[in-house]
Design a protein around this ligand. Structure first.
Ligand SMILES: [Zn+2]
Length: 77
């Protein structure tokens, strides 16, 4: 199993990120109205049953990696 979640970014101006990283402390950025621009973090289990996490700049990158995990990691680049 793998768990995918978006991580707030101080470069992002969506409402959630403005709460997590107030502009007064992290610098002003334009409001982000079409969704969060933060990276995606995938928490997954390796073949030896350890939990690991990996961060991806894009959702499609995370999906790609997760698809490889589903393959048993045999197609990992
Ligand atoms: Zn955001």
């Amino acid at each position: 199993m793998a768990d995918l979640q978006q991580v707030p970014s101080k470069m992002c101006g969506c409402p959630d990120c403005l709460i997590d990283f107030p502009p007064e402390q992290h610098g002003h950025r334009p409001p982000q109205t079409d969704g969060c621009r933060g990276p995606w973090r995938l928490v997954f289990r390796t073949a030896d049953r350890r939990w690991r996490s990996k961060t991806f700049p894009t959702l499609s990158g995370a999906h790609q990696f997760r698809a490889q995990l589903a393959d048993g990691g045999r197609h990992a680049a």
